[in-house]
Design a protein around this ligand. Sequence first.
Ligand SMILES: OCN(O)CCCc1ccccc1
Ligand code: NI
Length: 186
Amino acid sequence: MITMEDIVREGHPALRQKAEELSFPLSKEEVILAEEMLTFLRNSQDPEISEKYGLRAGVGLAAPQLAISKRMIALLIPGEYEDDSPELEQVMINPKIISHSVEGVCLKDGEGCLSVDREVPGFVVRHSRVTVSYQDTTGKTYKKRFKGYPAIVLQHEIDHLNGIMFYDYIDENEPFALDDDISVLG
Ligand SMILES: OCN(O)CCCc1ccccc1
Ligand code: NI
């Protein structure tokens, strides 16, 4: 199972590389990796398992965070209430933002990252809405629109495939500076 030891931290070259597209059919190892990434997110959100294995809760994970420079991400965004089904539970292969809104959004409390063992305060302004094409592990292609928190998480993960970290967007001099047309979420 994937644990925190498998997640590389800032300074590791994989976090600053452009990851390679995967070709289909996926290898057995790649299919297993996809399942393991989603399982990590489920475990990280489970009070008992996360406590037992010392997992930081995550709603997304990108293969480069495992020092695997491949364009694969996993997303597990809980529903609004405890017993709801997840808002988004998906492994995306070769995800690509094919269009996005002009409007911007950011999370009121900023962002964090499993590969960053420190707080980096500041607003991370992202596209409010994105249209993403991706494939699932069988190679089936999808084109879907996302908004709100899922859109933010998705952009954070796709950034990892391009060697971008959330704090790259934070203005060092004015971390909480905001243009007045940016909506703040959360
Ligand atoms: O790359 C995944 N990861 O580091 C876990 C945190 C994901 C995440 C946290 C805050 C806002 C967007 C995305
Ligand atoms: Ni991250």
